[in-house]
Ligand binder design. Structure first.
Ligand SMILES: Nc1ncnc2c1ncn2[C@@H]1O[C@H](COP(=O)(O)OP(=O)(O)OP(=O)(O)O)[C@@H](O)[C@H]1O
Length: 652
C-alpha cells in the first residue's frame, strides 16, 4: 500500500487541474464533439457545414447551395442565404459575430426561435468544431453588398475579419475548410460519399437546388451534378428504386404541417412502398440531419402504418392480417421519412437518434389519417400489400416454429444421460436401443453397433437392487431416471409410447445366470412401469451365444449347452478338432462376434417380449407371462432362472 502511495505524483494540487480553453478541448477530445476521428467523422465535418446552409434554406432565406470538393481535399460549401453576421458582437465588442461563432463553443443563432424556426443546428458548436479540427478554414460572407473574409487555422483566427470588396449582386456564406491531418491522419474525403449526402439534402427539402462539383475523380462519381426534387421524397423514392417491382404503383407519400394539425412549428414528409425484391429500409431525417439510428419519429411512423394495416385487415375481413407485426411491415418496406421540428433532442452531438418524445405522437397522427384514406382509395395496391404482408407473417411464424422444434430436440438431446451412446438417425423409425449389462459389454456393443440406427446404454449391476425395490423408490433412482430419459418417456401413468425415442428396446445381457436375472428384472420393470411398451411390441431380448465352436475355417455359435452338444455330435463339416470357447460374458466377445451373433439385423436372433394373457395367475410366474409366446430356446433358458423373479417379490 505504501508503495502505491509513493507512486502518486509528488504534487496533486490545483496546478494539476487543467482547464482546456475554447477549442483546445475539441482538439484534445474530438470524439466527444464529432464522434471520433475516423472516416465517418471526417465526412461528418462536411455535414456540419452543409447543415448550416440547409438551415438557411429551410428557414426560407436560401434557394441554392453549392458543394465543391477541391483537389487538395478541402471543401467549399456556399449558399445564397443571409450570410453569417460580421458586425461586432455585443458581448465581445472587439470581435465580429463571425469570429465568435467560429471560435467559441455554443455560439449560434438557433438557441432562440428568432432567426430559425426548425433547424438541424442546435447547439452552436458545429462550425466551431469543424474550425478547431481544420488546419485551414476560410469564411467568405457576402452581406449588405459587401464581401468579407476571415481565415482560421486549428480554431484560431489568422487575422480579423476583413472587408475585401463589394458584392453588389451576391449574398450568402461560403465556408472552405481542410481537415487537419494531425487529427484525421491521411484519410481523404470520398467523392461518392459526399455526393450521396448532398443529393439526400436536396430531396429532403424540395425548395432548394444543390449543385455538386468535384475535382477529385474516383471514376464513378459524377464530376458535376445539380439536384432539385420538387416532388420531394416521393419523387426520390421512385427514382432510387428504379425498375424494382413494387406492390403499389405509386408510393404512399405525403406531407403534413404540424402547424396546421397541432399548432406547433414543423412538418413531416414521408414516402413508402413495398417490394419482394430486396430488404426493406428506412432513411429518416430530422431537420435534414440523417438519423441512422432512428428514434421517436420512426416509431411514430411505423405505429401509424401498423395500425392502419390492422384496421384495413378488419375492414376487408382478412383475419390473417392479425398475424402481421411491425417487423413484417418493415421487412420489404422501403421508406423515407423526414421531419422538421423545433429544438429536436438527439442522443449525442452526431445526432444519430432522435429522442424528442412528442415527435412519435405527431408523426403517427399525421401519417395515420392519410394511410387509411390511401388504402381505401386504391384497393388493388392495398390488397397486394396486404397479401404480401400476410405472407411474410406466415413465413416468419413457420420459421419460428421450425426453430422451436429444432431447439426442443436440441434440449432433449442435451438432457440425455451421459452414458447413453446415441445413434445418429433423427427419425425414430428403425432405431434400436440396446440396454447392456456392464461397461465392458457396453464397450464392445458400442464398437459392434450400426452407428446410424443402434444406440447403446450400459447399465450397472446396482440396477438389480433398484428394480427389486418398491415402486416409490424407482423415481428417485439415478439409474432408472437415466433409462427413462434415454427412452424419452416417463413411468407409470405418465408413460406415453408416442414419446419413445427408439423403435426397438433390446435387453442384451450375458448368457448366464446373472444375465438372466437382470433381463428378468428389466422385463418386470417394463411390465410394471411401461406396459404399453411391451403391448405395442417394442421390447426385445437379444440372444448372445454362450459358445463358439471352431473347426478349421468353420465357425458356429451356440446359444446354450444343448445346442453345443448337438453340434459337437454332428460336427461342423470342417477338418480337425472342434475347438469350444465359452463366453463368460458379452464383454469377452470381440466386436465382430457380437455384431454377427447378436446385433446385426441380418444375422442375429431377437426375441420379442409379449404377454400371454392366458397364462395362469395374477402375479404368478412373471417371466412365463412375459414370455407367453414361448420362443422355445430362450424361454427355457429364462425359465431355468426364473426363481430370481419370484424371489424378488415384485409388486405387480
Ligand atoms: N451558412 C450560414 N448562413 C447563416 N448563418 C449561419 C451559417 N452557418 C452558420 N450560421 C450561424 O452560425 C451559428 C453557429 O453555427 P454552428 O454550426 O456553430 O452551430 P448551430 O448550427 O447553431 O448548431 P449545431 O452545433 O447543432 O450545428 C448558427 O446558429 C447560425 O446562426
Amino acid at each position: 500500500m505504501s508503495d502505491l502511495l509513493n507512486q502518486q505524483p509528488e504534487t496533486y494540487d490545483a496546478s494539476s487541474i487543467e482547464v482546456l480553453e475554447g477549442l483546445e478541448a475539441v482538439r484534445k477530445r474530438p470524439g466527444m464533439y464529432i464522434g471520433g476521428t475516423d472516416e465517418r467523422a471526417l465526412h461528418h465535418m462536411v455535414a456540419e457545414i452543409l447543415d448550416n446552409s440547409m438551415d438557411e434554406a429551410v428557414a426560407g432565406h436560401a434557394t441554392r447551395i453549392e458543394v465543391e470538393l477541391h483537389e487538395d481535399g478541402s471543401v467549399t460549401v456556399r449558399d445564397n442565404g443571409r450570410g453569417i453576421p460580421v458586425d461586432p458582437h455585443p458581448k465581445f465588442p472587439d470581435k465580429s459575430a463571425l469570429e465568435v461563432i467560429l471560435c467559441t463553443l455554443h455560439a449560434g443563432g438557433k438557441f432562440s426561435n428568432k432567426a430559425y424556426s426548425t433547424s438541424g443546428g442546435l447547439n452552436g458548436v458545429g462550425s466551431s468544431v469543424v474550425n478547431a479540427l481544420s488546419d485551414l478554414m476560410r469564411v467568405e460572407v457576402a452581406r449588405n453588398r459587401e464581401l468579407f473574409v476571415q481565415e482560421f487555422s486549428r480554431g484560431k483566427p489568422k487575422g480579423p475579419v476583413a472587408k475585401v470588396g463589394s458584392a453588389p449582386n451576391r449574398r450568402g456564406t461560403a465556408v472552405t475548410f481542410h481537415a487537419d491531418p494531425e487529427i484525421f491522419g491521411s484519410q481523404h474525403l470520398k467523392p461518392a460519399r459526399l455526393y450521396k449526402m448532398v443529393r439526400s439534402k436536396a430531396y429532403l427539402f424540395s425548395g432548394v437546388e444543390i449543385r455538386w462539383k468535384t475535382a477529385v475523380n474516383d471514376g464513378e462519381t459524377p464530376l458535376e451534378a445539380t439536384f432539385h426534387y420538387p416532388g420531394g421524397l416521393a419523387q426520390y423514392l421512385v427514382e432510387s428504386m428504379g425498375n424494382t417491382m413494387t406492390y403499389a404503383e405509386k408510393p404512399f407519400a405525403g406531407k403534413v404541417s404540424f402547424e396546421e394539425k397541432y399548432g406547433v412549428p414543423g412538418s413531416v414528409e414521408w414516402a413508402v412502398n413495398w417490394t419482394p425484391m430486396r430488404d426493406g429500409f428506412i432513411h429518416s431525417y430530422t431537420n435534414t440531419v440523417p438519423t441512422p439510428d432512428g428514434g421517436t419519429h420512426e416509431s411514430g411512423f411505423w405505429a401509424a402504418i401498423y395500425k392502419g394495416v390492422r384496421a384495413y385487415g378488419e375492414l376487408i375481413k382478412n383475419r390473417k392480417a392479425e398475424l402481421i407485426t411491425r417487423d413484417d411491415l418493415m421487412t420489404g418496406g422501403c421508406a423515407l421519412l423526414s421531419i422538421f421540428i423545433r429544438e429536436p433532442s438527439f442522443v449525442g452531438q452526431t445526432k444519430d437518434r432522435l429522442s424528442t418524445e412528442e415527435a412519435a405522437k405527431w408523426v403517427e397522427g399525421a401519417v395515420r389519417d392519410h394511410f387509411d384514406n390511401w388504402l381505401a382509395a386504391d384497393p388493388k395496391s392495398a390488397g397486394a400489400i396486404m397479401d404480401f404482408l400476410v405472407l411474410r407473417a406466415e413465413e416468419r411464424l413457420r420459421r419460428r416454429q421450425e426453430k422451436e422444434t429444432q431447439r426442443k430436440s436440441a434440449t432433449k438431446r442435451l438432457r440425455l444421460p451421459g452414458k447413453l451412446v446415441d445413434c445418429s438417425a433423427t427419425n425414430r423409425e428403425g432405431t434400436e436401443l440396446f440396454i447392456v449389462e456392464g461397461d465392458s459389454a457396453g464397450g464392445s456393443a458400442k464398437m459392434a453397433r450400426d452407428r446410424h440406427k443402434q444406440a447403446v446404454m450400459p447399465i450397472r449391476g446396482k440396477i438389480l437392487n433398484v428394480l427389486g425395490a418398491a415402486g416409490a423408490k424407482l423415481g428417485s433412482n439415478q439409474e432408472i431416471s437415466d433409462l427413462c430419459q434415454a427412452l424419452g418417456v416417463q413411468m407409470g401413468s405418465k408413460f406415453n409410447a408416442e414419446d419413445l425415442r427408439y423403435d426397438k428396446i433390446v435387453i442384451m445381457t450375458d448368457a448366464d445366470v446373472d444375465g438372466a436375472h437382470i433381463a428378468s428384472l428389466l422385463m418386470t420393470f417394463f411390465f410394471t412401469q411401461m406396459r404399453p411398451l411391451i403391448d405395442k411390441g417394442h421390447l426385445y431380448l437379444a440372444c448372445p451365444p454362450l459358445f463358439r465352436l471352431t473347426q478349421g475355417a468353420r465357425r458356429v455359435y451356440c446359444i446354450d449347452e444343448a445346442e453345443k452338444n448337438e453340434w459337437l455330435k454332428k460336427g461342423l463339416g470342417g477338418k480337425g478338432k472342434i475347438e469350444v470357447s465359452r463366453f463368460k460374458g458379452l464383454g469377452e466377445m470381440d466386436a465382430k462376434d457380437l455384431k454377427e451373433t447378436t446385433m446385426s439385423p441380418a444375422t442375429r436372433q431377437l426375441i420379442r417380449v409379449t404377454i400371454d394373457e392366458d397364462a395362469p395367475g395374477e402375479t404368478g410366474d412373471l417371466v412365463e407371462r412375459l414370455m407367453g409366446k414361448k420362443p422355445e430356446l430362450r424361454f427355457q433358458y429364462i425359465q431355468e432362472n426364473a426363481r430370481f423373479v419370484d424371489a424378488e417379490d415384485v409388486d405387480v
